[in-house]
Design a binder for this molecule. Structure first.
Ligand code: NAD
Length: 480
């Protein structure tokens, strides 16, 4: 544990309002000291955090298996490795990002100096979802610590085993007045949102994102909203069908489709629809051969109600005329939803209206790009947009005509692993962005500082406005 004046003890799951309040007060009281930490001291905290994550690697794997049968290899790849590489990127950049930066004062303010001081916002709240129960807690934490903030983490109650290890890791590394974990659900989150945090970094659904934003307006404080939505895939006829299908199948089925940037539905040129569906089916069985129920690489849905929602989405689409081209079925009691492909999906079926967030892929045939643009743009701006094409003109036409939080060409999902690209949404898919320096900036206030160094010209322009001053003002307006 880092040198501490206030040892950390783990708060009970669902702590009382008083316990949450006193945690908040301790973190608030520490903000001035935390803000002044040098880059070296911030890096020491990041190293200590990773050291403890590494010590608890096996426990994290057990917890995530128990929470939703996440394969151990994917805990390494999509949780631990992601944090390791985020910490590496932040360690490399933080000293530079923290430095005050001189800017010009401009001719009108001649005789002065101006600079920007990046300063920690203060005490911040990070609320996370369950689908990557460690990565989505610790990745923003790394950014907040790099910025010099004190932090309350509120991990998801749906992956409770992992949240418990998260709380133990934090308590082993940080004093309670630097980072604390509040485990709990809506009640605890609601109470946290009533406190005057200086920034809220929320990852989760658009519906809860709106609740967070409303609560933030009461203090008021800034927010980062990392939300979700329906991320479309657009396949051009120049794309190789088999290779494209394999990449999309991998992105759609990892985490059993419970990824905020999972390909939600796919547009395929009409004459390639069957070929693509066949290739997608082959790719799925190559990735998850044999009986899906006993395949240990195929993950479960987090909760029986979520599994039931997915099975209902298929039933609803089929009842409205969609065809189940492949797969389908599952067992909600076991949180199992089998991969499925749907075709001829009516636009008014629920699966075309809500984020799928599961292993079911609607395939939509198209004749012209105009149709595709119109269909995507009639929905809220997606978090990700995927384009598969060998033609630059096609790619740039799509990018020019369809907005999205991020975009990826000839691959899906992997862009989230970059620590250099900003990651975030637009409108219904989010506000602000994380990862690397972009995350650091979310937790940082850019304070503009101006210093008058020589006698300035401003006093010459103060009232009373004599004819001479009127002339000077007129000249300034024309020449500056
Ligand atoms: P969710 O919005 O239900 O829950 C997220 C967090 O908010 C949890 O910690 C939960 O306890 C809390 N919460 C729930 N209801 C609340 C309320 N009424 N008031 C305050 N807090 C509340 O989301 P989820 O089901 O955990 O995750 C799935 C969603 O998250 C999907 O929409 C997905 O696209 C999105 N997501 C986005 C990203 C991203 O980086 N953009 C990453 C992962 C998931």
């Amino acid at each position: 544990m880092l040198h501490s004046t206030l040892p950390n003890s783990i708060l009970p799951v669902a702590p009382s309002a008083e316990q949450i309040n006193s945690t908040f007060e301790a973190l608030s009281a520490r903000t001035a000291d935390q803000r002044r930490l040098s880059a070296k001291e911030r890096i020491k905290r990041l190293d200590a955090l990773y050291g403890e994550i590494w010590n608890r690697r096996d426990d994290l794997k057990v917890a995530m298996w128990e929470d939703f049968r996440k394969p151990a290899e994917e805990v390494d790849l999509t949780e631990i490795f992601v944090i390791k590489s985020e910490i590496k990127a932040v360690k490399k950049g933080v000293k530079r990002w923290m430095k005050p930066r001189r800017v010009t004062s401009g001719l009108a303010l001649i005789g002065s100096a101006s600079w920007i001081r990046p300063e920690a916002k203060g005490v911040v709240l990070i609320i996370s979802p369950w689908n990557y129960p460690m990565q989505l807690v610790f990745r923003p934490l790394v950014a907040a610590l790099a910025a010099g903030c004190t932090v309350v983490l509120k991990p998801s109650e749906l992956t409770g085993k992992t949240s418990e290890i998260v709380a133990e890791i934090v308590a082993a590394v940080f004093p309670a007045n630097e980072v604390s974990v509040v485990q709990g659900g809506v009640e605890e989150a609601t109470h946290l949102l009533s406190l005057p945090f200086n920034h809220i970094y929320f990852t989760g659904s658009p519906a809860v994102g709106k609740i967070v934003m409303r609560a933030a307006a009461q203090h008021p404080c800034s927010v980062t909203l990392e939300l979700g939505g329906k991320s479309p895939v657009i396949i051009d006829e120049s794309a190789p069908v088999r290779a494209t299908a394999k990449k999309i199948a991998w992105a759609k089925l990892s985490n059993a489709g419970q990824i905020c940037v999972a390909p939600d539905y796919v547009f395929v040129p009409r004459h390639l629809e069957l070929e693509f569906a066949k290739a997608f089916q082959i790719a799925m069985t190559e990735l998850y051969p044999g009986d899906i129920e006993t395949n240990k690489d195929y993950q479960r849905i987090v909760q029986d109600q979520h599994a039931k929602r997915l099975l209902d989405l298929v039933d609803d689409a089929v009842s409205k005329g969609a065809k189940l081209t492949y797969g389908g079925g599952g067992d909600a009691n076991q949180c199992l939803v089998n991969p499925a492909i749907l075709s001829d999906v009516p636009a008014d079926s629920r699966i075309m209206e809500e984020e799928v967030f599961g292993p079911i892929l609607p395939i939509i045939p198209y004749d012209t790009l105009d149709e595709v643009v119109e269909a995507v743009n009639s929905r809220p701006v997606p978090l990700a947009l995927y384009i598969y094409s060998k033609r630059n003109r096609f790619v740039s036409q799509v990018l020019d005509r369809i907005q999205s939080g991020g975009a990826s060409i000839n691959n899906s999902v992997v862009h989230v692993s970059s620590n250099h690209l900003p990651f975030g949404g637009l409108g219904n898919s989010g506000i602000g962005s994380g990862h690397g320096e972009h995350g650091f900036k979310e937790f940082t206030h850019l304070r503009g500082v101006y210093e008058q160094r020589m006698k300035g010209a401003a006093s010459l322009l103060m009232p009373p406005y004599t004819p001479r001053k009127t002339k000077v003002i007129d000249r300034l307006l024309r020449w500056l």
